[in-house]
Write a protein of this length. Structure first.
Length: 303
């Protein structure tokens, strides 16, 4: 097995982690190839095509590092495993002290390969001189249309296939996958989608009207968003890492990519357990019998 390693070289202790990784790889018959940013660690390095041709992409860092690796691996169908060196690490499920055990599991085939819906994002320019037909992006979490400057509302028109959804007056809009539903979309009031769900959620950012709320669409839906008004600071951001500036009357088409992300999930990391551990979702402890009795005794006493 050949494993491509993508890492954030700024994480403290990365040298020792790479050394441990090298030892575990030798013990399990795994060949490692590192991205150029990790060349200082003295291991074999390769460019994008060579890395993506590996059997597996291993990311060392946080969710941002995994998203960067996924952007390279996803369109090529290469599975991705994330080792968390950061703080939250919602997508990077393997802790740094579990890295060797994770490699053993992967080498022995003891894992689940989840296919996560990803996005194909295309920009259609109103100015034909700017439209070269090549502004296309691959997204795992979300595509966000937003303003990057003054605190003013922008106006958007949204279509679901050929059906006009309506006009949005807001700070912007987030179009997220089920995987990305626990990221920016959740912070903006969007719902949580189970990550294997074939769905897309459109979440307005601070909408001006109370009637405008998040909508969940089938994964087969093509969303088209037209910018109707705004200043000269409009932008598209995909997964918080890539994107471009936009002009009024530009349109952005967002639909399901033909290349889902293949994400490796190891035993012992079910989704809702991760949700409780990372985000404290539903983490309300039941009262014991004594507390329940105390509550009943104080009811109606004004205590």
């Amino acid at each position: 097995m050949r494993v491509a390693v993508i890492g954030n070289p700024h994480y403290p202790g990365l040298d020792s982690i790479v050394d441990r990784l090298g030892g575990a790889a030798v013990a399990n018959g795994i060949d490692l190839v590192f991205e150029p940013a990790l060349a200082r660690h003295g291991h074999e390095t390769g460019e994008t095509e060579a890395l993506a041709a590996a059997d597996l992409v291993l990311t060392l860092g946080g969710d941002g590092t995994l998203l960067r690796g996924a952007r390279m691996a996803g369109p090529r169908g290469t599975p991705v495993l994330g080792c968390n060196l950061g703080r939250l690490g919602f997508l990077t499920l393997v802790a740094r002290d579990e890295l060797e055990a994770a490699l053993v599991s992967v080498a022995s085939g003891d894992y689940v390969l989840e296919e996560r819906l990803s996005l194909r994002v295309r920009v259609r320019r109103s100015n034909s001189a700017r439209d070269d037909g090549r502004e296309e992006y691959y997204g795992v979490n979300d595509a966000v249309l937003h303003k990057s400057g003054f605190a003013r509302l922008i106006t958007l028109r949204v279509w679901a296939d050929d059906d006009e959804v309506g006009h949005y007056s807001a700070d912007g809009i987030i179009v997220a996958t089920a995987t990305g539903s626990t990221a920016y979309s959740l912070s903006a009031g969007g719902p949580i989608l189970v990550p294997t769900m074939d769905g897309i959620v459109a979440t307005p950012i601070s909408p001006h009207m109370l009637a405008v709320r998040p909508v969940v669409f089938p994964g087969t839906t093509r969303l088209t968003i037209e910018l109707l008004s705004g200043l000269d600071d409009l932008a598209l951001t995909v997964d918080g890492q890539t994107g471009c500036t936009l002009d009024v009357s530009d349109r952005v088409e967002i639909e399901k990519s033909d290349h889902p992300l293949k994400l490796i999930r190891l035993p012992g990391h079910p989704f809702f357990s991760v949700l409780r551990a990372k985000l404290h979702w539903g983490d309300v402890r039941p009262l014991d019998d004594a507390a329940l009795r105390d509550g009943a005794d104080s009811a109606g006493t004004g205590d």
